[in-house]
Design a protein around this ligand. Structure first.
Ligand code: SPV
Ligand code: MG
Length: 433
């Protein structure tokens, strides 16, 4: 029997470096590719442009590849123990950086199973990370962007979304990342918030900013980002209008719309019972969901039903009754909202909902219960956390402070420490020079 050679890869962008590794592998035996699944990658790298099935099809057809199997974890250990290869081949790029621990585990496991690790020099000048940057500069297509939210929900324990109200916010959300151990923390996508879209225009959050106007801003965000967008659709408006909204958003590559089960003049939920919050009847809102689902043209666009019972001071039983009815009507996810500071009501809702539906995504907006960690929300069964207004709330006091300081000093020197250096702002947007 031929010797077994294991090579782990993502293979999103094929390049000569990867072909070189496969060619090297064939010198030692039959090459088995452990193709990393979306789930294995999601917490460490950007989600691949191609789906697992697409990547598999490409790799299966590369000369020298005997077999492609899924690698479900970032760590190689489980697959190595299962396959017991005679060799594993990896580029020597894992000697430093976040892959160091992965390397250590591979050496230990190969020693245990009596195999050998072969490290080959990394192909200089070409690698997935640099190609990734080039591809990111080209952007994305509406279709790829639209589909990416569902892929993220399937791949990540919790999907992290933050509000964006203009292109600059979009750029920050697209690019900001931190490394924690071997985990890369990023925002997975953007929330187009009615509150911050309205506020940034000096308008109240009462559905006064129309869809066309909101789409103009959204277009700026679309132009400079690739991550998925969830659109705050307020009440969804009249059913006859909602079906056009759904199709318009799909055409733009928006992944999901969240509509809230309110009627009449919409007021922001965070007023709670300080204002009149009128809820639609269950039947009325179910009809809106159904009309939207019938109208959508892609399979992956999501219509998420937002339940305002707890905002309107109604009991948990009402929230749950609505949630179950909305799912039956075809909702692709449930957003439960509350302005309670403890988060206990949200927890209670999530646990009860999960008792009945194990897979329908739950979305939460922890603006008032902001002490709850994502890991805790995850335990409650939450799939998407939306930080709904923080970019705008951060910008406003910073701008007021700078404006006041200039007034006080009658010159701008004192605000220098609060401002981005001119050189940096000139270099921020590609193509400015
Ligand atoms: C928004 O961001 O506009 C929302 C969430 O709808 S909330 O402001 O909490 O109602
Ligand atoms: Mg809103």
């Amino acid at each position: 029997m031929n010797k077994k050679v294991y090579i782990g890869m993502t293979a999103d962008i094929m390049h000569p470096g990867l072909i070189h590794i496969i060619n090297e592998g064939t010198k030692y035996g039959d090459v088995i590719i452990g193709l990393l699944t979306d789930k294995a990658i999601a917490e460490h790298k950007r989600l691949p442009y191609l789906t697992y099935e697409q990547r598999k099809e490409v790799v299966e057809n590369i000369k020298g590849v005997s077999e492609v199997i899924p690698q479900e974890d970032w760590s190689y250990v489980n697959n190595l123990k299962k396959i017991k290869p005679d060799f594993i081949i990896h580029g020597d790029d894992w000697l430093t950086g976040s892959l160091r621990d992965v390397r250590k585990q591979v050496f230990e496991t190969m020693r245990e199973i009596g195999g050998k690790v072969i490290e080959i020099p990394y192909t200089q000048g070409i690698n997935s990370s640099s190609l990734d940057k080039d591809i990111k500069a080209i952007g994305t297509t509406p279709d790829v962007r639209l589909r990416s939210l569902k892929r993220l929900i399937n791949a990540k324990p919790i999907v992290r979304i933050i509000e964006a109200h203009d292109g600059l916010c979009g750029l920050i959300i697209e690019n900001v990342e931190i490394q924690k151990g071997d985990t890369r923390k990023v925002f997975d996508g953007m929330w187009s918030s009615s509150l911050t879209d309205s506020t940034s225009k000096g308008k109240p959050d009462i559905e006064a900013v129309d869809l066309t106007t909101r789409l103009q801003d959204l277009n700026n965000i679309l132009e400079c980002t690739t991550k998925p967008i969830i659109f705050d659709g307020d009440t969804g408006g009249k059913i006859e209008h909602f079906i056009f909204t759904v199709r318009t958003l799909e055409r733009h590559g928006i992944s999901a719309i969240i509509i809230e089960d309110k009627i009449g003049l919409k007021k922001n939920s965070l007023f709670g019972t300080d204002v009149i919050q009128m809820q639609d009847s269950i039947d009325g809102f179910c009809n809106k969901i159904k009309a939207g689902k019938d109208a959508q043209v892609t399979d992956d666009f999501m219509i998420i039903a937002r339940i305002e019972s707890l905002i309107a001071g109604k009991p948990m039983s009402d929230a749950l009754e609505r949630a179950f009815a909305y799912v039956q009507a075809g909702a692709d996810g449930i957003m439960i909202h509350s302005k309670n500071k403890s988060g206990e009501d949200i927890k209670e809702f999530c646990l009860a909902f999960r008792n009945k539906y194990t897979h329908i995504p739950i979305i939460v907006v922890p603006t008032t219960y902001d002490h709850i960690y994502e890991s805790e929300l995850q335990k409650w069964g939450v799939n998407i956390v939306i930080y709904a207004n923080h970019m705008l709330r951060a910008a406003y006091p910073a701008m007021v402070n700078v404006a006041r300081t200039i007034l006080e000093n009658e010159r701008a020197q004192e605000v220098r420490p609060f401002c981005m250096p001119i050189k940096e702002i000139l270099e921020l947007i590609p193509g400015t020079k």
